[in-house]
Design a protein around this ligand. Structure first.
Ligand code: SF4
Length: 208
């Protein structure tokens, strides 16, 4: 049996088999994998397309992740923040265009403290009760996540690049911690958020 077929049948391979597959994938393997991906997508999502209104409302960030274009030490970047009114105006345009999910995404910008974020989320919730509100604003305290949930946020995206400590250290400076990242994910889930973790392939040290 080909390794791709074994993967599809058992849904897992050994580490050695994955390495061999990744190193020697041929055109036939890729076609088998593509067809399986289409089959699974149709099984779970049909042919619908889900669209999200993504509002990148700040590119300030207090962190310094090595791979990130908006890390705090990047001095070659023009920084911006949207005002609450600008964010609400984005929602208004999005709603008119048919968007029913708004994603507020930004760096970990201290300007958007709990009071400001709560006010923005509550305003969107009040104006658009039929829309989902997703936040993607990084690591915050339990109290902060709770306040934002109570203000009306439904979902939270917190990318979880790796679960491997050595790999994590290749991507982040000492001041950040994998343990805290994971703790945030558990907290968000406990508080009732729908949590999206995502993951990143091909970053520095991905072969660890
Ligand atoms: S916390 Fe996010 S936005 Fe900030 S530097 Fe790291 S990856 Fe970039």
């Amino acid at each position: 049996m080909k390794l791709v077929e074994k993967l599809i049948q058992n849904r897992i391979l050994s580490k050695e088999e994955f390495v061999e597959l990744l190193a020697n994938t041929d055109a036939e393997d890729r076609e088998i994998l593509r067809k399986e991906a289409v089959r699974l997508r149709e099984k779970y999502y049909g042919h619908d397309v889900y669209i999200r209104g993504l509002i990148e409302f700040t590119n300030y960030c207090r962190n310094n992740c090595y791979y990130c274009g908006i890390r705090r030490d990047n001095r070659h970047l023009e920084r911006y923040r949207l005002t609450k009114e600008e964010i609400l105006s984005c929602c208004e345009s999005g709603y008119r265009l048919g968007y029913r999910t708004f994603v507020l995404q930004g760096g970990e910008d201290p300007w958007f403290n709990d009071d400001r974020m709560e006010d923005i989320v509550r305003s969107i919730r009040t104006a658009y009760p039929d829309c989902a509100i997703t936040l993607s604003v990084g690591e915050r305290s339990r109290e902060s996540y709770q306040r934002l949930k109570e203000a009306g946020a439904d979902r939270y995206l917190l990318r979880h690049e790796t679960a491997n400590e050595a790999h994590y250290r290749k991507l982040h400076p000492e001041e950040m911690s994998l343990a805290n990242r994971k703790e945030c994910l558990y907290t968000l889930k406990e508080l009732g958020y729908q949590v999206g973790a995502g993951f990143m392939g091909g970053g520095a040290g991905a072969d660890i």
